[in-house]
Design a protein around this ligand. Structure first.
Ligand SMILES: [Fe+2]
Ligand SMILES: [Fe+2]
Length: 472
């Protein structure tokens, strides 16, 4: 482990002068990207952040005040396991690759670049949110997520530089040139070009969109390309926090909604300055349906190739499955035929996107049950949040050509258009949510539309000074 190097790392950068020089050349470009596109208006403030300093389960992170441009973005890979074997596909049990196999180079590069591109994209999407933070606690969590997405970019760029030669270096530059939402140079995936300009959307993003990232990283952590597996395994450690920010954030908005509904004589949460459960449900419908698109087509020859070649496995491939060839089984996929939903059997390898999406949906359902517990605990009865069907509101894949209601039943275009405002946020809903976005920077103070968390960060109290802000 070397923390004194210009770039903290556990990959022995110091002994690879060429790689170190290449990364040191990329570093100032990263920093100028961070200054331009990172959190706007808070670059000089001291934020109480954790920094990854090792990969040891006990004590991998260090907490202290830091100015974000001085954050120590490092490169950390889980240690190599002696004799790791490819875990699945046609080459299962062959020794895992320490270098990129020539025939898979293009495929691997595409996967790494696509994943890498989402990291700076989300920082760009969230760059104005600090100005309307509901509390110092939330402000700090936002910036924690942001700097760690920056570190994920570093992790991926390290792979590009070390294993993909000149192509890799060019891709690393391009990652700093694309911009979320830019007409000429947009980020690669559509969702990462959408605006996340208020905090309900931020919590929905970290709940639903970042959670897609978790499952993608998990599938890559099984990869036969060992450096990618080791790199993504450590990213997952940080990712867990991002997902908790989303899940707990939505939970706290739900709690406040339920309390406000009960407190208001007419059951009108908005009259109490909270966000009503109906609006929260519409946001869930929107963000969930946008995030499930990220898993790709239901039937996919690319997904089959990724699995066959040993590049991308299933979530918990080694732990959860016995048959790592996946050649015998089929997947029963609901499809539309003759105007109704029936089931079609797909060879399992071609359904790997759907297998991963299943894991994701189950995880989201678990979170939704937790939010409903929050509602029940508040004493409010007769209302519950639901996760829409994965067929609802899709624009790519097997369900894109039909309209579905949130329960997943086919409806006509006319019905969908007529009901759309009941199912998805309207401009009025968005304007209302936006109208609540007023900053609360005093330690321990929270905006009226969100409940305080149950506990603070790393044993600190809720009213801890999570950011020392210059007078504003
Ligand atoms: Fe990330
Ligand atoms: Fe994340």
């Amino acid at each position: 482990m070397s923390l004194s190097d210009s770039i903290p790392n556990n990959v022995d950068l110091g002994s690879d002068r060429k790689l170190l020089r290449a990364l040191e050349k990329w570093q100032p470009n990263f920093l100028s990207w961070w200054r331009d596109m990172g959190p706007e208006g808070f670059q000089e403030d001291q934020i109480w952040l954790r920094t990854a300093i090792s990969v040891h389960a006990d004590g991998w992170a260090h907490y202290d005040y830091v100015r974000m441009p001085e954050y120590r973005w490092g490169i950390f890979l889980e240690p190599q396991q002696g004799d790791r074997r490819i875990g699945f596909g046609d080459e299962a049990d062959v020794k895992a690759w320490d270098e990129v196999p020539g025939e898979y180079r293009g495929m691997l590069r595409r996967i790494i670049v696509t994943q890498a591109d989402t990291e700076p994209a989300s920082v760009e999407q969230q760059r104005l949110l600090g100005k309307t933070a509901p509390s110092l606690y939330d402000l700090r969590n936002l910036f924690q997520v942001n700097v760690e997405e920056g570190r994920h970019l570093w992790a991926m760029v390290h792979l590009l530089h070390q294993y993909f030669g000149r192509d890799g270096r060019e891709e690393a530059e391009a990652l700093l040139e694309r911009r979320s939402g830019d007409v000429d140079k947009p980020r690669i995936l559509t969702t990462f070009n959408e605006r996340t300009d208020e905090w309900l959307s931020f919590f929905m993003f970290t709940m639903f969109t970042d959670r897609d990232g978790k499952y993608q990283l998990s599938a890559l952590s099984e990869s036969g390309f060992d450096p990618l597996a080791r790199c993504t395994r450590f990213m997952l450690t940080e990712e867990a926090f991002h997902l908790s920010v989303g899940e707990n954030g939505v939970g706290r908005v739900v709690q406040r909604a339920a309390e406000a509904t009960l407190a208001d004589p007419n059951g009108d949460a908005r009259a109490q300055g909270a966000i009503d459960l109906t609006t929260i449900q519409k946001y869930i419908n929107f963000w969930f349906s946008s995030a499930v698109e990220l898993f790709g087509g239901e039937v996919s020859s690319n997904a089959a190739d990724y699995f066959a070649t040993g590049i991308k496995g299933r979530h918990h491939e080694r732990k959860k499955y016995d048959d790592h060839a996946a050649l015998r089984d089929v997947y029963a996929l609901p499809v539309v035929e003759g105007g109704r939903v029936t089931t079609q059997e797909v060879p399992l390898r071609n359904a790997m996107n759907e297998v991963l999406r299943d894991e994701y949906v189950r995880d989201c359902e678990r979170a939704c049950r937790r939010w409903n517990q929050v509602i029940r605990k508040s004493g409010l009865t007769g209302v519950a949040l639901t996760l829409p069907s994965r067929r609802f509101n899709r624009s790519i894949g097997a369900y894109a050509d039909h309209c579905f209601d949130p329960a997943g039943e086919i409806v006509s275009d006319a019905v969908f258009t007529a009901r759309k405002d009941d199912w998805l946020p309207t401009p009025e809903d968005r304007a209302y949510v936006q109208s609540l976005m007023v900053p609360h920077y005093a330690p321990g103070e929270f905006a009226p539309w969100i409940a305080p968390p149950r506990k603070g960060v790393k044993g600190r109290p809720i009213d801890f000074e999570y950011a020392k802000l210059a007078a504003r």
